[in-house]
Design a protein around this ligand. Structure first.
Ligand SMILES: [Mn+2]
Length: 411
């Protein structure tokens, strides 16, 4: 069997907005906006430099329909770079760029092969004795098990299955093209190039089943290093390594403060907690969420001066590394018990709020109100826009802290 190498990427999500990223510095925000495209350009550059034999993209090239042709023009340019380097590309559509979702097109160079969406298709690379099998999504939601209809392997060749799937379920990813690892195994292929799940995961070793994750984190849920996978096949032996190409990074640290900590001590805790992030970011701009919890007598002062504290915490981040920016300061602090017991009113309020902590009725009612507001927005919200899902708990907690501060002030 000939030796060869290929790149397995997925979930480029070109054109994806950076939701919830309230970076105040415009130049920093611009780095994040450009990051998904830059990450893909970097990966294409690596493919050319490493002279891989082909390039696989397992769905969700585009985040959704294009506003204009800018995204299509960008993708075409990158595909043309690969074509000039003699590297063919095999790709399919996922839920985000299903055939029914993308209405605009730009003609791509002839090195780009797209798998059909109506049935599984196969491509044979004679010289390498490699067969690739895949089926894209016709519609945004693919509820059928696509994998079981994939064709039998080409005997004696290296067979690769390409599929956009959540397997048997990968929260919080929507359950599309459901199938089990055994379904994949039953096809008798040598490698499964999956897409859809945004975290890197080697799902199985025999055969290798891999989610490369997305190329670039887009929000605080998509933290850590992002990239694609380089697969090398030599004398029938398969090796894989991650190619980290993300341009900017999301990270989160939790810091527990103590009753004896004054402002200087809290900021020192921040610097200590941020140091490991600085050690790992390797020159990348990083958007950091910091969650402060614990009991502190500064509770009221912090809640009343959130903006000043936010800026002090960001300043502490910058003292550790100039490219760490505060994505959000999340406050989950508690006042010391004796302070809350100062007045009966404050005690009652605290108890009352504690009784309702985690009350699902509050979240449900808030969600209902948000839906109502969304419905009245001119033009409405897009199908995939879920405005406050991720921050609902944090917002309710913030409201609770504000109420407590006021309660204490009034007492
Ligand atoms: Mn997807």
């Amino acid at each position: 069997m000939p030796s060869f190498s290929f790149i397995h990427a997925a979930d480029l999500h070109l054109g994806s907005p950076f939701l919830g990223l309230a970076l105040k510095d415009a130049a920093v925000a611009a780095v994040f906006v450009e990051a998904s495209r830059k990450a893909f350009s970097t990966l294409v550059g690596l493919a050319i430099e490493k002279r891989v034999d082909f390039f696989v993209i397992a769905g969700d090239v585009y985040d959704g329909d294009w506003k204009d042709n800018k995204i299509g023009l960008f993708f075409n340019r990158e595909m043309a770079r690969l074509e000039r380097a003699g590297i063919p590309v095999y790709l399919l559509r996922g839920n985000h760029d299903a055939a029914s979702v993308i209405t605009k097109t730009i003609t791509l160079p002839s090195n780009v092969h797209e798998f059909p969406t109506s049935k599984p298709g196969s491509v044979r690379l004679e010289a390498l004795k490699v067969a690739l099998h895949g089926q894209g999504f016709a519609e945004r939601s693919a509820n059928d098990n696509l994998a079981i209809a994939y064709p039998a392997p080409v005997s004696g060749w290296f067979n690769i299955g390409i599929l956009h799937t959540s397997l048997t379920g990968r929260e919080p990813h929507a359950p599309y093209a459901p199938c089990s690892v055994d379904d994949l195994r039953s096809r008798g292929y040598d490698y499964w190039a999956l897409g859809h799940v945004h975290d890197f995961e080697v799902v199985a070793q025999d055969p290798l089943v891999i989610f490369p994750g997305n190329l670039q984190g887009r929000n605080i849920r998509e933290r850590g290093a992002k990239g694609a996978v380089l697969v090398t096949v030599e004398d029938g032996r398969i090796d894989h390594e991650r190619l980290i190409v993300d341009e900017a990074r999301f990270a989160q640290v939790d810091i527990v403060v103590g009753p004896e900590d004054d402002q200087a001590a809290i900021l020192r805790h921040v610097e200590q907690a941020v140091q490991p992030i600085a050690d790992e970011m390797a020159g990348r701009m990083t958007a950091l969420r910091i969650r402060l919890s614990g009991v502190t007598p500064l509770y009221g002062a912090i809640a009343a001066n959130r903006q000043q504290w936010r800026d002090e915490v960001e300043a502490a981040c910058h003292r550790v590394h100039e490219d760490i920016w505060l994505e959000k300061l999340e406050l989950r602090l508690e006042p010391p018990p004796e302070r809350a017991a100062d007045t009966d009113a404050a005690l009652d309020l605290r108890q009352l709020l504690a009784d309702h902590a985690g009350d699902t009725d509050i979240a449900t009612e808030a969600a209902r109100l948000i839906d109502e507001i969304a419905m009245r927005l001119p033009g409405g919200l897009g199908a995939t826009e879920r405005p406050l899902d991720d921050s609902m708990d944090a917002l309710i907690e913030e409201a609770r802290q504000l109420l407590l501060t006021r309660g204490q002030g009034a007492g």
